[in-house]
Design a protein around this ligand. Structure first.
Ligand SMILES: Cc1ncc(COP(=O)(O)O)c(C=O)c1O
Length: 371
């Protein structure tokens, strides 16, 4: 790969993933400031960048550590020197337990979420055999109806987990996406943040009453990020997408288009009809999670009204009939994806850009770490 560091971004070959450094740095600082004011610790989810350099920037700005979804992601972060790692996902199966113990041996502070006795028992056995203990947060179904215990069942569950010799409960976590992703606009999101925090906070109070340590009461997503108030009921948030944002967040009203730091640089490779241009970014280069909010696969950042309405493997179909201007074959365009985490997972490198110049090129080391 020819070095493009110090060169104009237009010299980067396409498709390529770009991050606007100024916007990303602002996003990091804004969330950290708001969380400091609310007395909340920030433990960002790295799913939105999968890049050690960015995790280190978040920690330098004040994050207490990082959240990962996969052991593979946590292994990458540990190798990069991140010291406080939380894996917030269901870890099931002997290979994962073996890797978890190995990871714990080289991570100063490792914790996981548990939501089944199958996971909890296996983790306890693996850590007991290694002569170690593991800190865990019991998982609450905070309305996403994905994983986690119901509020009425979680105290019993925690009581059972507490019997296991090698696990130490240090808190409760929940992913309250329904408090966030079903709302639109700042005022509604403020309510969502308060309701989510109160919901998880009330369960934490029950758990504390039952004698469980509640050092960490963990919630948070991006639409609610920066919208919590002091004493809301949480002690930490795990927001991830806030870092780079995406069209979904713009639609929800959790950020402005100017606060989207991520884009995909693509080249217009054909213009077969007056209303249809084709870019070299299709399913292999753009997130496919369409229809969550806006109906499209990508929005041309610098050409309002130009929308990627269909994608094949190698082709993005751009509708230009409503666009502010026409596109020309050979020109490079920046495309905002519907969702950041899946788009990032498609690329090996992230081009860090400031004022149109490539300042750095980072390897997205934790991309594709699916186990
Ligand atoms: C468990 C958990 N925590 C935190 C997050 C971060 O949420 P967001 O992407 O809204 O920032 C996610 C996102 O999927 C998640 O699954």
């Amino acid at each position: 790969m020819r070095s493009v560091t110090g060169r104009p971004v237009t010299e980067v070959d396409t498709p390529a993933l770009l991050v606007d450094l100024t916007v990303m740095e602002d996003n990091i600082q804004r969330l950290q400031r708001a969380s400091d004011q609310a007395g909340l610790q920030v433990r960002p989810h790295i799913k939105s960048h999968k890049t050690p350099e960015i995790a280190q920037m978040q920690v330098r700005a004040g994050a207490v550590g990082v959240t990962c979804a996969k052991i593979g992601e946590a292994e990458v972060m540990a190798s990069a020197g991140l010291e406080d790692i939380f894996i917030a996902n269901c870890l099931i199966g002997a290979p994962k337990m073996r890797r978890l113990v190995a990871l714990a041996k080289r991570t100063p502070k490792l914790s996981i979420s548990v939501e089944s006795m199958e996971c909890a028992r296996a983790a306890s056995e693996a850590f007991e055999a290694a002569g170690m203990t593991l800190e865990v947060l019991v998982e609450l179904n905070a309305g996403a109806d994905r994983t986690g215990k119901e509020p009425g069942d979680i105290v019993d569950f925690a009581n059972q987990v507490a019997q296991l010799p090698a696990l130490e409960i240090v808190g409760v976590m929940g992913y309250g996406s329904n408090f966030a992703y079903t709302r639109r606009g700042h005022e509604e999101l403020l309510k969502g943040a308060a309701e989510e925090a109160a919901f998880i906070g009330a369960v934490a109070a029950d758990l504390a009453k039952a004698g469980h340590r509640m050092d960490r009461i963990s919630g948070g997503s991006t639409p609610t990020a920066g919208r919590y108030k002091k004493g809301c009921g949480l002690t930490e948030i795990r927001s991830g997408t806030y870092l780079l944002n995406d069209m979904n967040q713009v639609d929800i009203g959790s950020c402005t288009i100017e606060q989207v730091a991520l884009s995909i640089l693509a080249t217009v490779v054909a213009h077969p009809t007056p209303d249809r241009a084709i870019i070299d970014a299709g399913t292999k280069s753009l997130d496919q999670q369409v229809g969550q909010t806006s109906d499209g696969y990508g929005w041309l950042r610098d050409v309002p009204g130009a929308v990627v309405y269909k994608i094949n493997d190698e082709h993005g179909f751009v509708g230009v009939s409503e666009a502010q201007r026409d596109l020309e074959i050979g020109e490079k365009v920046r495309v905002i994806p519907p969702r950041t985490p899946t788009a990032v997972n498609l690329y090996d490198y992230l081009y860090a850009v400031r004022d149109g110049m490539v300042e750095d090129v980072w390897r997205i080391v934790a991309r594709g770490k699916n186990t």
